[in-house]
Design a protein. Structure first.
Ligand code: ADP
Length: 327
């Protein structure tokens, strides 16, 4: 008698499910445009799109383990309007409806609204307050954690060297201004026109040597412990996952650290508002997410990324496409 065919082996469940979104840039304001005037920004709708994302995540199975918020969660104009605190509160309230940890990257718009000293005491300080999980500078919002066995998440602070969020009288500000002025001769330091290295603008920033040294140590540990590492930062660090302007000042230094180790599988970023993706020469996936703020109200821009033994599977919503990234 013929033997009954064996049922197919049940697919292994993902080791981790992560909610992803970038550049909510909420403000209780009428629609506007980007600097170039050609892309619409839906400031008020972005909070509703966030609510929809949270509602969808809450109903997903398997349930998400955490959310990665890739920075610029409220728009800089809140500062002028005196609404920075209330706008942040509204965004955090919506994210707080999920009973999972939210990892926040700090973007330029966080720093248009708040000083670093204020951010450290805000809900955006997802680095553990008492822990030794980050660089010695406690105001540098970089840290690591292990959301599942043999997996590590590293959050990087791309504005560690920046004129944003620091007192103009401080040595750190003066050093950042020196770096910026050396590469950017325009009167307006946000203007990339005519620059040989157009990413040297004030709305980008860089990594301090102290942060890079710490990052190197974390990746060394992960290599030694056979971990896979997901890195998140506000600003892209690979030119092919960018438009050439939205890049961290010393992105090459961050890439060198990553390439000196084998453990990093993926770098997630926002800032650009357009999506971008590349797999670099060392096999690392660089994924830059479409921003919520430039997403028409009838669409959305969020995703769920499932982490498997050998791949990342992104289920995108709205204008974020699905993607499978093997490693
Ligand atoms: N080409 C440019 N020339 C001069 N200023 C610019 C240029 N592009 C952006 N900016 C300014 O830089 C700041 C950040 O730009 P914005 O588009 O809000 O950044 P983000 O992509 O983070 O939303 C804003 O103050 C904006 O007016």
């Amino acid at each position: 008698a013929a033997t009954a065919p064996r049922p197919p082996a049940a697919a292994a469940p993902p080791r981790l499910a992560l909610g992803l979104l970038a550049d909510i840039q909420f403000a209780d304001a009428e629609d506007g445009h980007d600097f170039g005037g050609c892309r619409r920004r839906y400031y008020r709708h972005s909070l509703r799109l966030l609510r929809e994302a949270v509602r969808e995540w809450a109903g997903e199975s398997p349930p998400i383990d955490s959310v990665l918020q890739l920075g610029d969660c409220i728009d800089g104009q809140n500062a002028r309007r005196g609404e920075a605190e209330s706008a942040l509160q509204q965004v955090l309230e919506v994210l707080g409806q999920l009973s999972v940890p939210v990892h926040h990257a700090w973007g330029n718009h966080e720093l248009y609204n708040f000083s670093r000293a204020r951010l450290v005491r805000s809900g955006l300080y997802s680095r553990a307050a008492g822990g030794s999980d980050g660089p010695p500078d406690r105001e540098c919002h970089a840290y690591h954690c292990s959301p599942a066995p043999r997996l590590r998440l590293v959050v990087l602070d791309c504005y560690d060297t920046s004129t944003l969020g620091r007192d103009p009288g401080s040595p750190r500000y003066q050093e950042a201004l020196r770096v910026l002025r050396e590469k950017n001769h325009n009167d307006d330091l946000n203007n990339p026109e005519g620059l040989k290295e157009p990413h040297f603008v004030a709305f980008n920033g860089g990594f301090s040597q102290a942060q890079l040294d710490w990052f190197d140590e974390v990746l060394k540990f992960s290599d030694e412990n056979q971990e896979k590492v997901i890195v998140m930062a506000h600003v892209p660090i690979h030119p092919s996952a960018s438009n050439g302007v939205c890049l961290a000042w010393n992105y090459e230094a961050a890439l060198s650290v990553i390439h000196a180790h084998g453990c990093v599988v993926c770098v997630l970023a926002g800032h650009l508002h357009d999506g971008a993706y590349c797999q670099d020469s060392h096999g690392v996936h660089h994924l830059t997410l479409e921003g919520v703020i430039e997403t028409p109200p009838e669409s959305n821009a969020f995703g769920t990324m499932y982490v498997y033994e050998d791949k990342l599977v992104l289920k995108g919503r709205g204008r974020i496409p699905d993607r499978v990234m093997h490693f």
